[in-house]
Design a protein around this ligand. Structure first.
Ligand code: PBG
Length: 324
């Protein structure tokens, strides 16, 4: 054969492959999610997320220092709310001395340069495990938005760098931005979960925080996974309302959406590689059916290739170690 073009030349060996690689992961791509619990010396392995832990604040601070030393620049924090503090208003969410607010302060004190992002949604604080206030078995939009604004201001007051609304209520980004502006939090960013789908892949996360919905599902606020154009609509609206970073969630089953949004917007795009996606790799690896290390790097590279500038992933630490 006399071929004009032999594509395999650029795949001949590892050196040339790395010279022409289009996508390169770095530690600064990752956001490490952290689950925080009350108490001291608490280290609880989440049953459905083997190798991932919920820790009290003392252990969390050690973890944040380690993440920083590895080159990871952002954490996304979630707290497990005591059952006694849960109600239908979610008011513990804007308690200035609550576990979330204490955690923000403690992390910023310990590692001031670490970007602290906070989950904004009522589910961990709700007796119903829903992201909003419930009336007659329905999740009420506007009253929930008022609560989310109070919650965001309280996080900003504690020192959060970014609030990350994950609730999918209508109008919350604009309302939160207005609330931050009116209270002079002009340096607090908003990373909006703008295309968040009603997904079965959040199952393990709800174990981690004991926040599964008590009735029904989240389909009246989170998006239908059948839809693509709607993801663009949601995202463009969030940007117009003031989102600094937008997010697609989950990641692996939504690579088309990540790419579509990356091509449609001029703000940084983030993707959340969620708990169920983590659990699947862990479980298959435990069975000996998949090579865990290779699956981690291939998954994260694919998410970045699809268009994610930032990736929230429970594999952040593993990935940094593997990249070395
Ligand atoms: C809370 C929230 C959820 C996740 C992030 N924030 C759960 C949900 O919406 O039910 C899921 C994260 C994961 O599965 O890793 N609103």
């Amino acid at each position: 054969m006399h071929l004009q073009r032999r594509n395999r030349i650029l795949r001949t060996n590892a050196s040339i492959r790395s010279l022409v690689a289009e996508t390169i992961l770095t530690p600064a791509d990752f956001i490490a999610p952290l689950f925080i619990d009350e108490g001291k010396n608490v280290v609880f392995e989440i049953p459905s997320m083997s190798g991932y832990y919920r820790r009290s604040l003392d252990g969390t601070i050690k973890e944040v220092k380690e993440l920083w030393s590895m080159g990871i620049k952002a954490v996304l924090i979630f707290i497990k709310c005591d059952d006694k503090l849960k109600d239908n208003t979610g008011k513990e969410a804007w308690n200035d001395n609550g576990l979330m607010q204490q955690s923000i302060k403690a992390i910023k004190d310990a590692v001031p340069e670490m970007i602290v992002m906070t989950d904004v949604a009522l589910d961990p604080y709700s007796i119903y495990g829903h992201d909003g206030i419930v009336e007659n078995n329905k999740i009420i939009n506007d009253a929930t938005v008022d609560a989310l604004v109070k919650m965001s201001i309280s996080h900003a007051k504690a020192g959060a760098d970014f609030v990350a609304p994950s609730d999918m209520m209508d109008g919350r980004i604009g309302a939160i931005r207005k609330g931050l502006e009116e209270n002079n939090f002009t340096n607090t960013g908003i990373m909006s979960y703008s295309a968040k789908y009603a997904s079965c892949f959040y199952g393990p996360f709800r174990d981690a925080l004991d926040s599964a919905p008590g009735f029904g599902d989240k389909k009246t606020y989170q998006m239908d996974y059948a839809n693509r154009i709607e993801a663009i609509k949601e995202t463009l609206m969030d940007i117009e309302e003031g989102a600094d970073i937008v997010m697609i969630k989950p990641a692996m089953a939504y690579l088309d959406i990540i790419r579509e949004i990356k091509n449609s917007v001029t703000v940084p795009v983030s993707a959340y590689h969620v708990s169920g996606e983590y659990a699947m790799i862990k479980a298959a690896a435990k069975m000996g059916w998949i090579n865990e290390e290779k699956a981690i790097i291939e998954s994260l590279t694919s998410i970045k290739r699809a268009g994610a500038d930032l990736i929230a992933t429970y594999f952040a630490k593993d990935a940094v170690r593997l990249l070395k």
